[in-house]
Design a binder for this molecule. Structure first.
Ligand SMILES: C[S@@+](CC[C@H](N)C(=O)[O-])C[C@H]1O[C@@H](n2cnc3c(N)ncnc32)[C@H](O)[C@@H]1O
Length: 277
């Protein structure tokens, strides 16, 4: 089972911070890993508060003690139909923000993608990933804070993929400001008509205004069932590539999915070109 997320200790008025929890989908698929991961969860314990997920020291510490690959929320195999739908050409340039030690990018390359750049604020994880993938020229790992991606020129990428990174930034102090900086940078490094694919536990009520305030996106919403206790996906809630109708506030989604559905939300935000003056 996924461990419970730590109780909220932050002062967010809207509780828009993530309740990140350690996912467990790999565990039952590979029994030996199940044992290792169970041990891991027990020895690591939970961080002092969810706020820790927003702090670089937490991640350096976690990756120093937990070098084994770990994918938050969902694996590439589950999301692949959606990624292929929105990033249809394998030569398109992809940026994965807050990559951690997930195998998501490796699996994208195995699926044919030719240029997948990964950034993370944790030096520990970036050094480990650089060593691990030194012979995969399609994969690059760079230590970078997503709030300042100045080494990348504007319009460098066709797609930016974020699985759990905006969520973790929303946990820290100054979360709104940090999230806005991150989203500004994501938009800047995207080409016009490029897509920001945000995979999050955050429902539209908590994520839509943040996204809309930041940039001129057109936004589509998809959902995918969380993994069940046996490590298998629950029944599909809806076809993965079939977007959910979205009104201004995002409250329409409840009409379709009901209250508190067991899903991860996937916001596909297309960068609209600035109107010519
Ligand atoms: C919840 S983990 C997700 C890891 C990976 N994307 C996955 O799906 O398994 C969040 C990641 O964001 C990284 N991170 C947090 N704040 C960051 C920042 N300001 N800049 C870059 N990476 C950051 C953390 O180091 C961590 O690897």
């Amino acid at each position: 089972m996924a461990t419970k997320a730590p109780r909220c200790s932050c002062d967010k008025p809207d509780h828009s911070h993530p309740q990140l929890s350690f996912n467990s989908e790999n565990k039952t698929q590979i029994p030996s890993q199940l044992v290792a991961d169970k041990k891991k969860t027990m020895t690591l314990g939970t961080p002092p508060s969810s706020q820790a997920y927003g702090e670089p020291w937490y991640w350096d510490n976690r990756y120093a003690h937990e070098p084994a690959p770990f994918d938050w929320y969902q694996k590439y195999s589950a999301l692949a139909p959606l990624i292929r739908f929105y990033v249809p050409h394998r030569h398109q340039r992809v940026l994965v923000v807050g990559c951690g030690n997930s195998v998501f990018s490796e699996e994208m390359v195995n699926d044919g993608y030719e240029d997948v750049v990964n950034v993370d604020i944790s030096n520990v994880v970036i050094e480990a990933m650089q060593a691990k993938y030194s012979n995969r020229q399609q994969l690059k790992y760079i230590k970078l804070d997503v709030r300042d991606m100045s080494p990348f020129q504007a319009g460098s990428f066709d797609a930016v993929i974020d699985k759990g990174t905006l969520d973790s930034i929303l946990c820290g102090s100054n979360s709104r400001q940090n999230a806005a900086q991150m989203l500004d940078e994501v938009s800047r490094v995207l080409k016009d008509k490029g897509v920001y694919i945000l995979i999050t536990y955050g429902s539209p009520v908590y994520r839509l205004s943040l996204l809309k305030d930041s940039c001129a996106w057109s936004i589509k919403l998809h959902v995918i069932a969380k993994f069940g206790p046996e490590g298998s996906s629950e029944q599909p809630v809806r076809g993965l590539t079939d977007p959910i109708p979205l009104d201004e506030s995002g409250s329409s989604v409840e009409d379709v999915l009901g209250k508190n559905p067991e899903v991860h939300y996937i916001y596909v935000c297309t960068k609209e070109p600035k109107a010519k003056e």
